[in-house]
Write a protein that binds this ligand. Structure first.
Ligand code: FAD
Length: 607
C-alpha cells in the first residue's frame, strides 16, 4: 500500500462547499459574508447544477395572492405533505424564513413574474393550500442560479469547476478537508479545511427512469456515510407523477407540476378523468370530489376544494401507476395529461414556454392542441444526511449537509416548490454556522495526513489497477444497477423483490471490485463513472435496506404487502450508518423529535 501521495495540488480554506447548486451557492455567500475564506467545488461548470433545471418555483408564504397565507399554514401543509415524518423544527424554520430568502433574491436581482399589483406572482402546486410558488415562467431554477452565481462571482468567492470530490478527510473525529480530482486532467487536489458543507444534490441516477441529470450519483450521501455521519429517510424516494414517456430517448424527463397547477387534468385511455377515484381519506376534506367543484376551484378558490390532480405527488404517482397496471394506460405506457382542451394556446405558451418547446422539439407534440403522454419518474430523494436543524451540522464535527443531500426536512414526501426554498433557507443557515464554527476554533487547524491522502489516491486509481485482472465495464454495472433499482425498489415495493434487490446489489458490489477502465487520466468518463459507482452502490443499498425495514406505506414508500400507515412507524426514523467493516450499511430505528404543543395544535383538527 502506498504511504506517501504523489505530488498533489493543495489549498487551504476555512469553509469548503461541495456543490454549486442553489444550496451550495447560498451557503457560500453566507459563509463569505460572515468572514470565512470560502471555496466552492463542483463537478460541472458553474451555473450548470441541477437547480438550474427547476421549473415550477420556490414555495414561500409571501401572501401576495392570498393574504390569509402565513408561515403557520405553510408549515402545516409541509408536515401533512411529508405525512408527519418531517423534522418539525426544520419544517418550522423553512416556513418562517422562506419569504425573507425569496425577497433577498429579488434584492440581488432576480426577476420574478409579477402580479397585477407589481408583487411577486405565486402559483398553485400540489399540497399547498394557497398559491405559494414564486416563479419565473417555468424556468425558476435558471433565474435563481443566475442570481446566486452572479453574487458569488461579485463577492470574489473561489470556484473550482469540473472538479469531483471523492473523499472527505478527518483528523480524529472532526473534519479536516476533502480530496478530489480535476475532471479534465485527472490530477489530484487536496483541500485543507475545518468545515465542509455537502451540497451535492440527489441520487436519481441509480434509477433507470429519472428526471435527474448525470451529476446525481449520491456522492455527498455516500461520502458523509464513509466519514461517520448517519443518513435518515432513505426509503423515501419521490417518483414525480409526470415524466415524459415517449420517445424512449427522453423517457423520465420532467413535465412540470405547473401544468396541473395551471389547469391540466389526467385522463386514462378511456378518456376518464380518473383522479376522483384515488382521493385518500387523509386529504378528503380538502379535495374536490366532483368535476364541477374541481373546475370551479380555478375561478373561485375560496369556495371550492382543490382538484384531485393537485394532491401531493406520492398520491398522484400511485394513481397513475394503478391506471397503467389496470390496462388503462396510453399508447406508450403512460397516461394522458391534457391542458390543450382547458386553456387557450396563448395561455399555455405564456405560462409554460419550456413545456411547449420540450414537447414540440423532443416528441413532435403540440401541447396547445393535443394531450401529453406522461408517467412516473424518479425525481427527488427525501432521505439524506441527518443534521442539526438549526445549524445543518451532521454528527461529524465540521461536516454540514444541505439541499437534496440532507434529510429530515421533507419527511416521507416533499411538496413541489419546497426544495428551492429549502436550498435558500438551509444554505444560509449552514454557511453562517460553518463560518462561526471555524471562527470558534480560534485558528486551530488539523493538517491533512499523508497516509489518508495516499489511501484516497490509491482508491481513486483502483479502476486502472484493475485493468490486468478486471473484467467489468463500469457502464454495464451502472446499467444493471439502474435496472435493479427500477424493477425491484421502484414506486411499488414488496418484501421478496426488496430482498432480491439487496442480493443483486451485493453481486454488483462484488462486480465493481473488478472494474476495468481503459485510457489514461485525462478527461476519462469511464474512470469518472467507476468512481461514482462506489457511491451509487452504497446509496442504493441504503434505499433498499430501509425500504425492506419499513413495513408500512407512507409518502414516497409504498409496500404492496403493507398498504396504509402503521402507527408504530409514524414516530420512527430509520437511520443508516457504515458498518464496522466499511463495506456496507447497518440500520437502526430512532424516535422522531417530538413536536412542541403549540405547533402540534395546528394538527388537532386532523384527528
Ligand atoms: P444541485 O443543484 O443538484 O447541485 C449539486 C451540486 O453538487 C452540483 O454543482 C454538482 O456539480 C455538485 N456535485 C455533486 N457531486 C459532487 C462531487 N462529488 N464533487 C464536486 N461537486 C459535486 N424543486 C422545487 O422546489 N421547485 C421546482 O420547480 C423544481 N423543479 C425541478 C425540475 C426538475 C427537472 C428537477 C430534476 C428537479 C426540480 N426540483 C424543483 C428539485 C430541485 O431542483 C432540486 O432538489 C434542487 O435544485 C437541488 O439543489 P441542491 O443545491 O441540493 O443541488
Amino acid at each position: 500500500m502506498t504511504q506517501t501521495p504523489t505530488e498533489i495540488e493543495k489549498h487551504q480554506y476555512d469553509v469548503v462547499i461541495v456543490g454549486a447548486g442553489g444550496s451550495g451557492l447560498r451557503a457560500a455567500i453566507a459563509a463569505h459574508e460572515a468572514g470565512a475564506k470560502v471555496a466552492v467545488l463542483c463537478k460541472s461548470l458553474l451555473g450548470k447544477a441541477h437547480t438550474v433545471m427547476a421549473e415550477g418555483g420556490a414555495a414561500a408564504a409571501l401572501g401576495n395572492l392570498w393574504p390569509e397565507d402565513s408561515w403557520q399554514v405553510h408549515f402545516r401543509d409541509t408536515m401533512r405533505g411529508g405525512k408527519m415524518l418531517n423534522n418539525w423544527r426544520m419544517a418550522q424554520l423553512h416556513a418562517q424564513e422562506a419569504p425573507e430568502r425569496v425577497l433577498e433574491l429579488e434584492d440581488w436581482g432576480a426577476l420574478f413574474d409579477r402580479t397585477k399589483d407589481g408583487l411577486i406572482s405565486q402559483r398553485d402546486f400540489g399540497g399547498h393550500r394557497y398559491a405559494r410558488l414564486a416563479h419565473v415562467g417555468d424556468r425558476t431554477g435558471l433565474e435563481m442560479i443566475r442570481t446566486l452565481q452572479q453574487r458569488t462571482v461579485q463577492l470574489g468567492i473561489d470556484v473550482f469547476m469540473e472538479f469531483t470530490v471523492t473523499d472527505l478527510m478527518k483528523s480524529g473525529d472532526a473534519i479536516s478537508g476533502a480530496f478530489g480530482y480535476w475532471r479534465e486532467t485527472g490530477s489530484f487536489v487536496a483541500f485543507e479545511a475545518p468545515a465542509i458543507v455537502l451540497a451535492t444534490g440527489g441520487i436519481g441516477k441509480s434509477f433507470k427512469v429519472t428526471s435527474n441529470s448525470w451529476e446525481y450519483t449520491g456522492d455527498g450521501h455516500a461520502m458523509a456515510l464513509r466519514a461517520g455521519a448517519k443518513l435518515i429517510n432513505m426509503e423515501f424516494v419521490q417518483f414525480h407523477p409526470t415524466g415524459m414517456v415517449w420517445p424512449p430517448s427522453v423517457k423520465g424527463l420532467l413535465v412540470t407540476e405547473s401544468v396541473r397547477g395551471d389547469g391540466g387534468i389526467l385522463k386514462n385511455s378511456d378518456g376518464k378523468r380518473f383522479m376522483f377515484d384515488y382521493i385518500p381519506e387523509f386529504f378528503k376534506a380538502e379535495t374536490a370530489d366532483s368535476e364541477e367543484e374541481a373546475d370551479g376551484w380555478y375561478d373561485d378558490k375560496k369556495n371550492n376544494r382543490r382538484p384531485p390532480e393537485l394532491l401531493p405527488r406520492d398520491e398522484v404517482a400511485r394513481a397513475i401507476n394503478s391506471e397503467i397496471k389496470a390496462g388503462r394506460g396510453s399508447e406508450h405506457g403512460g397516461v394522458y395529461l391534457d391542458i390543450a382542451s382547458r386553456r387557450t394556446p396563448e395561455f399555455i405558451r405564456k405560462r409554460l414556454p419550456s413545456m411547449y418547446h420540450q414537447f414540440k422539439e423532443l416528441a413532435d407534440v403540440d401541447i396547445t392542441v393535443e394531450p401529453m403522454e406522461i408517467g412516473p419518474t424518479c425525481h427527488y430523494v427525501m432521505g439524506g444526511v441527518e443534521v442539526q436543524p438549526d445549524s445543518e451540522m451532521s454528527g461529524v464535527p465540521g461536516l454540514y449537509a444541505i439541499g437534496e443531500c440532507s434529510g429530515g426536512m421533507h419527511g416521507s414526501n416533499r411538496l413541489g416548490g419546497n426544495s428551492l426554498s429549502d436550498l435558500l433557507v438551509f444554505g444560509k443557515r449552514a454557511g453562517d454556522a460553518a463560518a462561526s464554527y471555524v471562527a470558534g476554533l480560534g485558528g486551530a487547524r488539523a493538517s491533512l495526513s499523508d497516509a489518508d491522502l495516499a489511501a484516497a489516491e490509491e482508491l481513486a486509481l483502483a479502476p486502472f489497477a484493475g485493468s490486468g485482472a478486471g473484467t467489468e465495464n463500469p457502464y454495464t454495472v451502472q446499467h444493471d444497477l439502474q435496472q435493479t433499482m427500477n424493477d425491484l425498489v421502484g414506486i411499488i415495493r414488496i418484501r421478496e423483490e426488496l430482498e432480491r434487490s439487496l442480493a443483486e446489489i451485493e453481486k454488483l458490489k462484488e462486480r465493481s471490485k473488478h472494474l476495468v477502465v481503459s485510457g489514461d487520466r485525462q478527461y476519462n468518463p469511464g474512470w469518472h463513472l467507476a468512481i461514482d459507482l462506489r457511491n451509487m452502490l452504497l446509496v442504493s443499498e441504503c434505499i433498499a435496506k430501509a425500504a425492506l425495514e419499513r413495513e408500512e406505506s407512507r409518502g414516497g414508500h409504498t409496500r404492496e404487502d403493507h398498504p396504509g400507515f402503521d402507527d408504530r412507524w409514524g414516530t420512527l426514523n430509520i437511520a443508516l450508518s457504515l458498518n464496522a467493516a466499511g463495506d456496507g450499511v447497518e440500520l437502526a430505528t430512532q424516535p422522531l423529535p417530538v413536536m412542541p404543543d403549540d405547533l402540534a395544535a395546528f394538527f388537532e383538527e386532523d384527528h
